[in-house]
Design a protein around this ligand. Structure first.
Ligand code: AQP
Length: 321
């Protein structure tokens, strides 16, 4: 089984990225051949400062390694080190119906958030399809926001196979875990950099982390009154970090009343801090080892490149090149 996933170097990572993509990818690296990449071509749709892009790539590599990505098990590279994906994206563009892309909600979302409506942003799902298909990927671990893009990838692969030959491209399956499919942000919408509602994976200080968590939106139920845990973003986030017993205890305490939301936020803060403490420590060490990061990405690029070339030989021959 080949597992593939990518993540954009478009700024600081948040715990939605972690639970939606990074943590499942890290777990899956023991279950098959894992291929994970830093999607810097994709980031060009939103990051236009070259120095910032370089820095984001490096920081993302450090953060992913600190969280447990093991380059001994997984191939880990920078997307632009395998430029063949852009060639495949063009070839796939020629079998992609416009209607398929016009229906993509993510393009409309991003434009409504203020991103410039470039052709790159519109064609983003085709490049994403190329990323996945060039590595003959079987399984793609993602958050729920990527479900439609995965469907687009499957449609494009099928259209290519219908035109040029059954079985030429492997049709991938998304892997979306219900419990972490949509991590809520401070305001209950999907946690996202663009909504300014994110808790960073590595907030600069404990104080900053705590003050972020204290900003989680709550209602005005009085301290002594019973509260509905199902309606609380604090509980939704707590479920990601606490044991089932701890969650049951918090839920019971919500229903019983007698505690203010600040009390529960403090509990959540302690869990988040402790969960990421060992990773934070590894990150400090990695920050001092630039050569190691360069080596990991160079080694990963070599392996990914070899695989991409094999697929491209097959694809070029199939289309008549
Ligand atoms: N809130 C989330 N819950 C679960 N999964 C999430 N992902 C992102 N947010 C959540 C997953 O993270 C992976 C990387 O996605 P990306 O590189 O495309 O980043 P993104 O989705 O663009 O992240 P943001 O913060 O939402 O960025 P902006 O604001 O720029 O759009 C994907 O697997 C995604 O599902």
């Amino acid at each position: 089984m080949r597992i593939l996933s990518g993540i954009q170097p478009s700024g600081r990572l948040h715990i939605g990225n972690y639970f939606g993509m990074m943590e499942p990818s890290i777990r899956l690296q023991d279950e098959g051949e894992a291929y994970y990449f830093i999607a810097d071509y994709h980031a060009l749709t939103s990051t236009h400062d070259p120095a910032a892009l370089r820095e984001n790539v490096r920081n993302l590599a450090i953060d992913f390694l600190a969280c447990g990505l093991d380059p001994g098990k997984a191939t880990f590279w920078r997307q632009s080190d395998v430029p063949e994906v852009t060639e495949l994206a063009w070839i796939l563009s020629c079998v992609t119906p416009m209607g398929l892309l016009e229906r993509a909600v993510s393009y409309k979302d991003k434009v409504s958030q203020g991103l410039s409506p470039s052709h790159g942003l519109f064609a983003y799902p085709v490049l994403q399809a190329a990323d996945i298909l060039i590595f003959d990927s079987n399984v793609v671990p993602v958050g729920r926001d990527q479900k439609q893009h995965l469907e687009v990838t499957r449609d494009i692969a099928q259209k290519f196979n219908d035109r040029y030959g059954e079985g030429l491209l492997v049709i991938p399956e998304p892997r979306i875990r219900e419990e972490t499919a949509m991590v809520p942000g401070l305001d209950g919408r999907k946690m996202s950099k663009s909504y300014d509602n994110a808790i960073d994976l590595f907030e600069e200080t404990e104080k900053k982390l705590r003050s972020k968590i204290m900003k989680i939106v709550t209602d005005s139920t009085p301290v002594e009154a019973s509260k509905d845990p199902e309606e609380s973003y604090i509980v939704q986030l707590y479920r990601l970090f606490a044991t089932p017993d701890e969650v049951a205890e918090m839920e019971a305490s919500f229903r019983a009343g007698g505690q203010g939301y600040g009390h529960y936020k403090q509990q959540l803060f302690e869990h988040v801090r402790d969960h990421f403490a060992p990773m934070r420590e590894r990150r400090e060490a990695l920050l001092k080892d630039a050569a190691y990061i360069d080596d990991v990405l160079a080694e990963g690029a070599k392996k990914a490149h070899a695989q991409a070339r094999r697929t491209m030989d097959r694809v070029r021959a199939a289309v008549g090149m």
